[in-house]
Design a protein around this ligand. Sequence first.
Ligand code: ADP
Length: 160
Amino acid sequence: MDTAIYPGSFDPITYGHLNIIERALSIFSRVVVLVAVNPQKSYLFSPGEKVEMIRETTREWPRVEVDHSEGLLVEYARRRQIHIAVRGLRAVTDFEGEFAMALTNRTLWQEMDTVFLMTRADYMYLSSSVVRQVAQLGGDISSFVPPAVEGRLRAKFGHA
Ligand code: ADP
C-alpha cells in the first residue's frame, strides 16, 4: 500500500469529495488531500479556509493529511516522492479534461500516475459550484456538505 495525493479545488469540500477520500483510504495507506490552485479559476474560499474545512471534516480519519500548494501538482508530488494522484469521475463530461490532465502530468513527471474512482451514483450531480449557487440563494445544502461547511457557506453569503 502506498500514499496517494487527492488534488483539487475543494471550493468547498462536499460529500462527493469525502466519498472519494473514504474509498481511496481503502486502497492506499495514506491520502494527502491537496488544495491546489488553478490560476484560471477564482475561488470563494481562501486556501487556508479550505484546508481548515477539510481538516474539520476528515478529523476521524487519521490516515488523511491535508496540505495546500500554489504550484504544479507534479512538483509537489516529486518533492514528496508520491507517485499516485486520485481523481473522481462523475459523468462523461469529466472525462476529457481528466484525461488531458493525467497525460500532461505524466509527461511532466514520468513516474506520476492517476487513479480514477467513479462517483457514488447519488453524488453524480454534486459539485462545489452547484453547492455555492444553492447556498448563495439561501437554499438547503445539508445533503451536499457536512454541517461545518454549511455554516461557513451561510456566513460567507450572510444567511443566518
Ligand atoms: P478541480 O478544480 O481540480 O476539478 P474539484 O474540487 O472540483 O477540483 O474536484 C476535485 C476532484 O474531485 C475532481 O477529480 C472531481 O472530478 C472530483 N469530484 C468532485 N465532485 C465529485 C463527486 N460528486 N463525486 C465524485 N468525484 C467528485
